[in-house]
Design a protein around this ligand. Sequence first.
Ligand code: MOS
Length: 748
Amino acid sequence: MPPIPNAETHVGSPRSRVDGRAKVTGGARYSAEFTAPDLAHGYVVNSTVAKGRITGIDTAAALAAPGVLAVFTHENRPRTAWFSYKYQDEVAPPGTPFRPLYDDKVVYSGQPVALVVAESFDAARHGASLVRVSYQAEAHETDLTSRMGEAYEPPKKRSGISPPPKPRGDAPGAYADSPVKVSGGYWAAYEHHNPMEPHATTVVWEGGGKLLVHDKNQGVLNAQSYVSSVFGLGKDDVRVVTPFVGGGFGSGLRPQYQLFLAVMAALELRRSVRVVLTRDQMFTHVYRPNTFQTVKLGANPDGTLRSIQHHSVTGTSQFEDYQEVVVNWTGTLYHCDNVELTQKLAKLDTYTPGDMRAPGAPTGLFAAESAMDELAYATGVDPIELRLKNYTEHDENEGKQFSSKELRACYEVGAERFGWSERNPEPRSMREGRELIGWGMASGAWEAQMMKTSARAVLTADGKLEVACATADIGTGTYTILTQIGADAFGLRMEDVTTRLGDTTLPYSPVEGGSWTAASAGTAVQLACEAVREKLFKHAQKASGSPLAGAKLDAVSFAGGRIEVTADPDRFVTIADAMRAGGVDRLEAEETANPSKIDQLRYTGYTHSAIFVEVRVDEELGVVRVTRVVDAVAAGKILNPKTARSQVVGGIVWGIGMALEEETLPDHNLGRFMNHNLAEYHVPVAADVQGIEVIFVDEHDTKVSPIGVKGLGEIGIVGTAAAIANAIYHATGKRIRDMPITIDKVLG
Ligand code: MOS
């Protein structure tokens, strides 16, 4: 076989998703699409009160309905783990996790109170409509404004979430002395993730007490540990397989209640069970919390910051202290000697909020970057110049260097591309017909980290490679980038590489979250491939009269199915011959990527962005359209410009939703979210998304991960809402500090 020319490497080149075809042809199976003989279907009954006790559940009519097999409630549920810590998952915040059907207590509206299991989904749904639940309701509170006075600093910090730093300098004093001051209060609404794929679990009863679980989540191992801990099962008896995830955005980080219910029913009925949540039931668990913030900035007349005070209060449930990083960004983005940042929680009678795409950052920077825009107007300094004036080369919160920070280049390149220099800062200075045009910008920052992750690589004599890791591909392109890394390690074509993910029998990975997967799983795959290369090279040298005898590993290249001396490609051994020399037909290695403890202590890893937005505001109707976006992103090495761009565009679209549309509205009398459907919970649709341009700025960083990757899943959303709000101010002269910025607020 002639060598296949390897004109360009896959890593760094645009590549279409390797799973794209399977997804558009229906070949990719999602958790509710797996089936089993004799599959039973569960339908959840949700509480209609926000707080109180269940005084009675009448299941007789449901049980008498055709096809209904069982109704599970707190009264007849099987024994599960007693202690609440047994329900704690890998990313649980401090507190006592919600335990489905645990007792008669209702702690939030929408809480699952019964599961009807039937021969078909329709029979289960019909049965669920016949379950009569009576409650003794108690007074509830779901309104953050009424609990602001009782806000507290969480006594126990959530693992992995940095609490605000200790105050530095004297922020209130410096504010009082500042010649220029801006201050404001900011609201951000409740939001629900609304992934396309709703939460769903299909438990396949395999007999002998073994369960094969297909569960919509962002981490199969987390789901497996939860099931085994809650139900007292050995890990070998619970295999979780989730090859495809129809969007997660954080909603699948923690096990959700359908997993518990499906496993419980399967164990009790000793048969396969599927539980799928409907779209309205998707509004009965995880969401982005609503947040109130105040920001005060004190500055000199030239815009130099003298004081930053940023405080936030976020809603959480009665039972867990959910925490995300809201205010810290303000203290790391700019140089300032007097900084005070606090972050408090207020307990509400709701389910525990959860991580949603860049948890805390777009909310916090909406406030901080709106305030910076106000400061730009108050001082007459251009918004970019203002940010450059206060630029910092190190993380002043933690007193660490940034592992790399090309934000300056982001400002420059983004501004140039957008045409920022043409901007007349005067509000209401641009108009076309009845539309006011506004240009706004904001900075973005998000954590770049690598997590301990393992991967396996298996090379066979026919020149095919399989790489495998338990991590998920939640739509981010993980299959594709791991395939690229594997292909390049051996100079193979993408088609010669198979990537396997989302299975608890594969090497260890944490949940896919925090934008860390490309750096973590990518490094693990790289290491596993390097280990296989080394083995292969040793075998290649063993071949009698090997053309590679005496060569060093770093002096050879792997390309076109062979190992060749880089300086003299005519000296080569094929993969097949190398395996033959070693007497093997496959080579395998499993390696673990461990983040460098020293680098983590010394450096703060962030991705950065500078985002520029044009809005057009219909002056009569108050309709805001985002007509142009330029986002310049510094995120280390870009493995695949095509999937990378898609991640950032997706984040920006989320930012458009956050700024202008998304809001779950509770009726505080009922303590319930009212717009629990996609007709009334608005997300951007194709018509809302116009020109979006993403630019990746060169950035070299091997401290976050040895492969130079920083991650891109979240940075796209981070500055977007702030930039839109700033553009709306520029268009209209109206500073709106309450997201989403809906028509009523624009006209009001
Ligand atoms: Mo992300 S909010 O960590 O899925």
